[in-house]
Design a protein around this ligand. Structure first.
Ligand SMILES: [Cu+2]
Length: 125
């Protein structure tokens, strides 16, 4: 909180103390914030919810993977280098910036979980 308050004061001084295009820095920060969207994927026996997710190409997306089931699961997307392994009740947040558009398979790599339904699709567009 202390850091935030200090930042706000500094920003206010910068805005009032300068008459020439003082907003460049804050405009850049807003662009970064707006391009970073967030998606959640829940894992359980034996499915991903949602099974299909969409990611914007060339942009950073935060993906929160949550294991709401009672067994060990993974959220694995080989094409995108994603391999999140979580025990029951665990969650992990990753950041993905896919460069190429297209469709990739997601799956759980534990035993026969994929065959039982733990498969999905990641669409980069
Ligand atoms: Cu699994």
């Amino acid at each position: 909180m202390k850091l935030l308050a200090t930042f706000a004061i500094v920003t206010a001084l910068a805005l009032t103390g300068c008459t020439q295009t003082p907003t460049t820095e804050s405009q850049q920060q807003q662009a970064v914030l707006s391009s970073n969207s967030k998606i959640s994927v829940e894992m359980s026996e034996f499915s991903f919810s949602p099974a299909s997710i969409r990611l914007p190409a060339g942009e950073s997306t935060t993906v929160e993977v949550i294991n709401v089931g009672s067994m060990l699961h993974t959220f694995t997307v080989n094409d995108l280098g994603i391999d999140v392994r979580l025990a029951a009740g665990e969650r992990e947040t990753i950041t993905v910036t896919p460069e190429q558009t297209g469709s990739s398979d997601s799956l759980c790599t534990i035993e026969n979980h994929a065959a039982l339904g733990m498969v999905g699709t990641v669409i980069v567009e």
